[in-house]
Design a protein around this ligand. Structure first.
Ligand code: MBD
Ligand code: FE
Length: 288
C-alpha cells in the first residue's frame, strides 16, 4: 500500500477532483437535471428536507454543529469530492432500487472511476499494464448468457481496477492512460478470458473532505480489493458490478456498502503465485 508521503497524499486528493471534472464533461447528467418533472423534485426534495429536520429535532443539533455542516459542505465542493461522497455513501441504495426487478446476475455500484472507451482486447487477452506492474497475475475466464441460458456472443466486458498502490489510471497522475482498463468481447459460445493482476485493498482518499468526515466520525476509509466490470449485450440490460476476493479484511465492512455474497470470486492458486478464477454473467433481456 501507499506510504504516507506528501507525493502520495497529493495524488489521492487529485483522484476526487478528477472525478468531478470527468462527470462535468458528460452532458447527460445535466440533461437529467433539466428533465426531472416538478412533481418528483417536489416530493424528493421535501422528503429529504423532512428527514434532515427530524434528525435536527431528535438530536437537538446546535448552531456550532449547523455551521460545521455548512463549512464542510462548502469544502466538499471546493475539493471536488461530491462524486466520491455520493458514490461511497448513497449510490448503493440507488443501485438496489434500479436493479430490483432483475433475474440475472447481481450487480453493484459503479463508483467514481469508470472511463468509457478502453482499448479492446478481443475475447482472450490482457488488460494494458506496465512492464513492471506490481501484483499477482490473475487469469479470469467466464461465460456471458441470457437468463434463459442462451450464450451471448459479442457481449462487451469492460474491466477497470486500481493498481497495487490503490490508484486508478486517468484519476491519479503518473499512470499510463489506460493502465488496468480493458474492453473484451465474448466469443461465439459466450466465453471470454482476461489476464490482469489481483488488485490490492483500497482506501478512499483520506486527505480531502470525505476523509475529514471519516476521521471526525471515527470510521475507516477501506474498501476491500475489487475488480470493476460493466457487461453489455444487444437487447439486454447493462450490468455494472464489482468482484471481490474471499478473506479480505474489509469484505464485511466496506465503506461503500457495495459487497454482496454473489459477487465473491473463488480464485484457485496456480504455480508461481498466479491464480485463475472462473466467473460468468447472466444478463436480463430488456422487457416491454
Ligand atoms: C473506489 O474505487 C470505488 O470503487 C468506490 C465505490 C468509491 C471510491 C473509490
Ligand atoms: Fe473502485
Amino acid at each position: 500500500m501507499s506510504t504516507d508521503t506528501a507525493v502520495d497524499t497529493a495524488t489521492a486528493a487529485a483522484s476526487g477532483a478528477s472525478a468531478t471534472e470527468r462527470f462535468q464533461t458528460d452532458k447527460s447528467p445535466f440533461e437529467a437535471v433539466r428533465d426531472t418533472p416538478a412533481e418528483r423534485v417536489d416530493v424528493l426534495a421535501r422528503e429529504v428536507l423532512e428527514a434532515v429536520h427530524a434528525t435536527i429535532r431528535r438530536n437537538k443539533v446546535t448552531y456550532d454543529e449547523y455551521n460545521a455542516l455548512k463549512a464542510w459542505m462548502i469544502q466538499v465542493g471546493q475539493d471536488g469530492e461530491w462524486p466520491l461522497f455520493l458514490d461511497v455513501w448513497v449510490e448503493h441504495v440507488v443501485e438496489e432500487v434500479a436493479t430490483d426487478h432483475r433475474e440475472g446476475s447481481k450487480g453493484t455500484i459503479e463508483g467514481p472511476y469508470y472511463a468509457p472507451g478502453a482499448p479492446e482486447g478481443g475475447s482472450r487477452g490482457a488488460v494494458p499494464m506496465r512492464a513492471d506492474e506490481q501484483g499477482t497475475p490473475l487469469t479470469w475466464t467466464g461465460t456471458v448468457t441470457s437468463v434463459d441460458g442462451t450464450p451471448l456472443q459479442g457481449a462487451k466486458i469492460e474491466l477497470w481496477h486500481a493498481d497495487a498502490d490503490g490508484f486508478y489510471s486517468q484519476f491519479a497522475p503518473g499512470l499510463p492512460e489506460w493502465n488496468l482498463r480493458g474492453s473484451f468481447t465474448s466469443d461465439n459460445d459466450g466465453t471470454f478470458e482476461i489476464r490482469t493482476i489481483r488488485p490490492a485493498p483500497y482506501q478512499i482518499p483520506t486527505d480531502g473532505s470525505c476523509g475529514k468526515l471519516i476521521a471526525a466520525a471515527g470510521w475507516h476509509a477501506w474498501r476491500p480489493a475489487h475488480l470493476h466490470v460493466k457487461v453489455s449485450a444487444p437487447g439486454h440490460e447493462e450490468l455494472t458490478a464489482q468482484l471481490y476476493f474471499p478473506g479480505d479484511d474489509h469484505n464485511d465492512d466496506d465503506i461503500a456498502s457495495a459487497v454482496k455474497p454473489e459477487l465473491m470470486l473463488d480464485p484457485k492458486p496456480v504455480t508461481g503465485g498466479s491464480a485463475t478464477v472462473d466467473y460468468g454473467f447472466v444478463l436480463d433481456p430488456v422487457r416491454g
